[in-house]
Every structure is written in C-alpha cells, then in structure tokens.
Design a protein around this ligand. Structure first.
Ligand SMILES: C[C@@]1(CC(=O)O)c2cc3[nH]c(cc4nc(cc5[nH]c(cc(n2)[C@H]1CCC(=O)O)[C@@](C)(CC(=O)O)[C@@H]5CCC(=O)O)C(CC(=O)O)=C4CCC(=O)O)c(CCC(=O)O)c3CC(=O)O
Ligand SMILES: NC(=O)C1=CN([C@@H]2O[C@H](COP(=O)(O)OP(=O)(O)OC[C@H]3O[C@@H](n4cnc5c(N)ncnc54)[C@H](O)[C@@H]3O)[C@@H](O)[C@H]2O)C=CC1
Length: 188
C-alpha cells in the first residue's frame, strides 16, 4: 500500500533515536533541520552524533516513554528494533524502524528543502535508491530562488488577506505577484 504524505510541525518535538552510527546520524540530521529536540541512546556512538544529547548504553524498557513524540529504532539488531516497535505501538508513539518497513508507523522521505519550500519523496519503502534518483532529478530542474520567492509570497499574501476580501480578486493579485517574482529571479 502507498503512504499518505503529511507535513508535521517538529519544532521542539521530542525525538529519541536508538542506535549511534551511519543510519542514526542521517535520521538525526534530517530531523534537526526541522527543529526537533533529538536524544540519542546507543551502545556506541559516532563522533558526529556527539553534538546531540546522548547516553552510551543499551536501550531499556523505560526508555520507550510517551515523553517522546517520535522514536527511531536504528540499531543493527533486528530483534531489538522489533521490540522497540512493539513497545511504541503499545504506547501509541510514532515509530520508525530502519531495518523493517512493515514495523514502521512512519517512514522517512528524501527531502528537497529550499528555506520553507519542502518536497518529500517516497517509494512507499520499495526502493530508497529510486527515491534518491527522483530527488536528484528534481534538484536539477528547480530554480535556486524558490525559497526567497516563497518568503516574499508569504509576506505579500498575509498583507492581501487583510486588504482584499474577495478571494478571487486576491488570487489574481497573488498570481500577478508570483509571475513578477519569477520574472525578477530570471533577470538576476
Ligand atoms: C522504508 C524506509 C524506512 C526509513 O528509513 O524511514 C527505508 C528502509 C530501508 N532503507 C534501506 C537501505 C537504503 N536506504 C538508503 C537511503 C535512504 N533511505 C531513506 C528512507 C527509507 N529507507 C524509508 C523508505 C523511503 C522510500 O519510501 O523510498 C531515505 C529516502 C531517507 C532517509 O533515510 O533520510 C534515504 C535517502 C535520503 C537522501 O538521499 O536524501 C540507501 C542509499 C544509501 O545508503 O545511499 C540504502 C541502500 C540501498 C538500498 O538498499 O536500497 C534498507 C536496507 C538496509 C539493509 O541493507 O539492511 C531499508 C530496510 C528495508 O527496506 O527493509
Ligand atoms: N532505513 C535506512 O535508510 C537504512 C537502514 N539500514 C539499516 O540500519 C541498520 C543500522 O545501520 P548502521 O547505522 O550502519 O549500523 P551499525 O551497525 O554501524 O550501528 C548500529 C548501532 O546500534 C547500536 N546498538 C546495537 N544494539 C543496541 C542496543 N541494544 N541498545 C542501544 N544501541 C544498540 C550500536 O552500538 C551501533 O551504534 C542496519 O542494520 C541496516 O539494516 C541501513 C542503511 C539505510
């Protein structure tokens, strides 16, 4: 089955990552860009993950606690990851299991980010390599100014929401502004 994409506000959400190597690091770095508070518990930890709060030890049952909004099982022990997933489901905590898509209640997309413009790409777990390929294709066609165009549109739209009350009039003004910003970006 395919997955429904949602945009979640992760600012200051509590995220526990169990595992301390390459995969844990990639997940941590993805989430950090969106303001999550990340905690690591792992028997061993790579240097790059030491910038997050961490504890070097085995995971234990009391770690799977509802003080966390999300938990990522990123150990290399299938049984440990499966146990984490089961505990999370009991506690209704969203869980990502790096070695078993069937145990995940959410999965990571590949992300293209230009300021607040976010594109999430997924193969519904079937092929992360295809997902990476799609991301590379998208990156070659997007203009680099999308982030600043979005910021400018956000400010303009906020103003118009107060000054133009007719939605169809407002839409025309927004379309004109967007075309103007793209023209300016092209000439830069
Ligand atoms: C289901 C999912 C769960 C999740 O992790 O959330 C999952 C699962 C698994 N990945 C595996 C392997 C690889 N994953 C990558 C890369 C990425 N994997 C990511 C997401 C996801 N991976 C979720 C579904 C995504 C979707 O729907 O497409 C990305 C997009 C996002 C991210 O990680 O941030 C990130 C690219 C980010 C970017 O480029 O921007 C590479 C490539 C590489 O390493 O360079 C490989 C090696 C090649 C290969 O195996 O295909 C394995 C086997 C592990 C083993 O061998 O034991 C499993 C387990 C399984 O499938 O059983
Ligand atoms: N979903 C994805 O995108 C990908 C998933 N993988 C999967 O991710 C798994 C982990 O990959 P790597 O980060 O390269 O692993 P790794 O083998 O380098 O590290 C595993 C980490 O888990 C820790 N750990 C093991 N048992 C633990 C326990 N009981 N409590 C706390 N920490 C424990 C270890 O100390 C170590 O830090 C792999 O087994 C692989 O199946 C691999 C590549 C991509």
């Amino acid at each position: 089955m395919s997955y429904f994409p949602v945009m979640i506000d992760l600012n200051q959400k509590q995220v526990l990552i169990i595992g301390g190597q390459k995969t844990a690091l990639r997940k941590a770095n993805q989430l950090k860009q969106f303001g999550a508070d990340i905690h690591i518990i792992s028997e061993t930890i790579c240097d790059s993950l030491r910038s997050y709060p961490y504890e070097i030890r085995s995971v234990k049952p009391t770690d799977i606690d509802t003080r966390y909004d999300l938990i990522i099982a990123a150990t290399n022990q299938r049984k440990v990851n499966a146990w984490i997933a089961q505990k999370c489901k009991q506690e209704r905590i969203l869980v990502n299991v790096v070695d078993d898509p069937a145990l995940c209640t959410f999965i990571f997309p590949a992300i293209v980010k230009q300021d607040d413009v976010i594109i999430g790409i997924s193969s519904s777990g079937k092929s992360p390599l295809l997902t990476q390929w799609i991301k590379a294709q998208i990156q070659t066609v997007l203009p680099p100014s999308l982030g600043s165009i979005n910021t400018a549109m956000g400010i303009y739209r906020k103003k118009l929401l107060r000054s133009i009350h007719d939605p169809s009039q407002r839409k025309i003004a927004l379309q004109t502004k967007l075309a103007e910003l793209f023209r300016e970006a092209k000439n830069d």
